[in-house]
Design a protein around this ligand. Structure first.
Ligand code: NAD
Ligand code: UDP
Length: 345
């Protein structure tokens, strides 16, 4: 298929571009580089051994986006068959401080994108959603039938609202095929160590914080709470290797090809690890000590969240292949080889 990848220079997008190209698909990336740099695509091109067409554009900029799509269609003589839509702002903490920017970027951006896709005759989309739409999950492991919950920050609400907008669109126009992929906790990096997670400033997420402690950039890990109702008191999450997640998108194209209408899938491993278990797994996989200190619980965190990924296996034929040791090894390999990331932020 000929695929428009928005946000393809980012963490998950760049890994997905590689898996798409390795599976024989053609891609074009649109990204405004707000949270990434072109180097990630140069590295991805090095991995696949082919050029990756890139158009710098903001998805909120109708003319810029349309121009990029047209330029690519003219260049290749092919219309887009599907859009994989990663572009958006993604920090829950930041979204509490600047909610309007999150609603503008994520919601307005997606609305402009949908309008342009329609104008260009493309009614297929795979959307990056998040386990955060479940709020504090009513059922563990979390199935797709678990009711959506109260989100704890504007970022989560943008995902929840976008799911609703996309659902309403598909109901209004059944020619649309839309796959909502609810990611659990992507970590790790491509095994080459050429691309990986490149956070801006102090990492919010657990694994990049751990790798920066390992690299000596930060003194110790702050563990947010050891009094949760879990076996060791620390929060439990479903960590998934970013390459497994990327492959989930390739499989989701099968559902689009089969005219799925609206479909929702969890992408996780189905196995939860506590923060302390991740720290231990990282130390064992890499032979590096991670000093930590127990802090207060972080506002908005839930105690336990892990997926039931059976639906994706049954319907898409997708199952995570990598375990926590692989994730820890690849995350450290990337950080070690790129101590300041790609953009040196
Ligand atoms: P990322 O920030 O690395 O990638 C997002 C990309 O989108 C960046 O390259 C950024 O420059 C680009 N972008 C942002 N706003 C844009 C705009 N208006 N126009 C064009 N490009 C724009 O994030 P990621 O971790 O790769 O996440 C990708 C998607 O997956 C996001 O939608 C995110 O919300 C979602 N998601 C991520 C996680 C996670 O833990 N990383 C979990 C669940 C869902
Ligand atoms: N966490 C932590 N220290 C950190 C970052 C995260 O203890 O510096 C914990 C957090 O409380 C949660 C887990 O690690 O229990 C995963 O957090 P992350 O922010 O990576 O993902 P979330 O599930 O919150 O989106």
């Amino acid at each position: 298929m000929n695929i428009l990848v928005t946000g393809g220079a980012g963490y998950i997008g760049s890994h997905t571009v590689i898996e798409l190209m390795n599976s024989g698909h053609q891609v074009a990336v649109v990204d405004n580089l707000a949270n990434s740099c072109e180097k990630s695509l140069e590295r991805a091109a090095e991995i696949v051994g082919r050029e990756i067409p890139f158009y710098k554009a903001d998805i909120r900029d109708r003319e810029g986006l349309s121009g990029a799509m047209k330029a690519h269609e003219d260049r290749t003589g092919q219309a887009f068959d599907c859009c994989i839509h990663f572009a958006g702002l993604k920090s829950p903490n930041e979204s509490i401080r600047i909610p309007l920017e999150y609603y503008d970027n994520n919601i307005t951006g997606t609305q402009v994108l949908l309008g342009e896709l329609i104008r260009h005759g493309c009614k297929n989309m795979i959307f990056s959603s998040s386990a955060s739409v479940y709020g504090s999950p009513a059922v563990i492991p979390v199935t797709e039938e678990c009711p959506k919950g109260q989100c704890t920050n504007p970022y989560g609400w943008t995902k929840s609202m976008l799911e609703q907008i996309l659902t309403d669109l598909q109901t209004a126009d059944p020619e649309w095929n839309i796959v909502l992929l609810r990611y659990f906790n992507p970590i790790g990096a491509h095994e080459s160590g050429l691309i990986g997670e490149d956070p801006n400033g102090i990492p919010n997420n657990l694994m990049p914080y751990i790798t920066q402690v390992a690299a000596g950039r930060r003194k110790e890990l702050n563990i947010y709470g050891d009094d949760y109702d879990t076996p060791d008191g620390t929060g439990i999450r479903d960590y998934i290797h970013v390459v497994d997640l990327a492959r989930g998108h390739v499989k989701a194209l099968g559902a689009i090809g089969n005219k799925c209408g609206l479909a929702v899938y969890n992408l996780g491993t189905g196995r939860g690890y506590s923060v302390l278990e991740v720290v231990r797994a990282f130390e064992e996989a890499n032979g590096v000590k991670i000093p930590y200190i127990i802090r207060e619980r972080r506002a908005g965190d839930v105690a336990v969240s892990y997926s039931d990924p059976a639906k994706a296996e049954r319907e898409l034929g997708w199952k995570a292949q990598y375990g926590i040791t692989d994730m820890c090894r690849d995350a450290w390999n990337w950080q070690r080889k790129n101590p300041d990331g790609l953009s040196g932020r």
